[in-house]
Design a protein. Structure first.
Length: 95
C-alpha cells in the first residue's frame, strides 16, 4: 500500500534591508554583528554589505511593511540605535 505524502511548499522571498543613517562610524555596524542581528530575528541566508547598514536576507513573509517594523523595533533593543528601515523584495528591485 502506497502512502500519500503531503507536501507543503513554502515560498521564500529574498529581500534587501536598507537602514538609513548608518555608516561605518557606528560601532554596532560591524558586518558580522549586523548579520547576527538579522539571523536573530529569524531571517535566513543573511549577507551584509560592508558597514553600510544594508543586508540581504530571505524570509517566508510576504509583508514588507511588517518586516520593516520588526527590524526597526529590534534595532534599539539589540544594537542601541534607531533607524528607518526600507525593505525591498528581489522582485521590487527588478522593476
Amino acid at each position: 500500500m502506497q502512502k500519500n505524502a503531503l507536501r507543503v511548499i513554502v515560498s521564500i522571498m529574498k529581500y534587501v534591508a536598507l537602514l538609513r543613517g548608518i555608516g561605518p562610524t557606528k560601532p554596532n555596524m560591524h558586518p558580522t554583528k549586523l548579520r547576527i542581528f538579522f539571523e536573530g530575528l529569524g531571517f535566513k541566508n543573511v549577507a551584509t554589505v560592508i558597514a553600510s547598514g544594508n543586508a540581504v536576507f530571505e524570509s517566508a513573509s510576504k509583508n514588507s511593511a511588517a518586516l520593516e517594523k520588526k527590524i526597526e523595533s529590534a534595532l534599539p533593543k539589540e544594537l542601541g540605535f534607531n533607524s528607518t528601515t526600507i525593505i525591498r523584495s528581489q522582485d521590487d528591485l527588478k522593476k
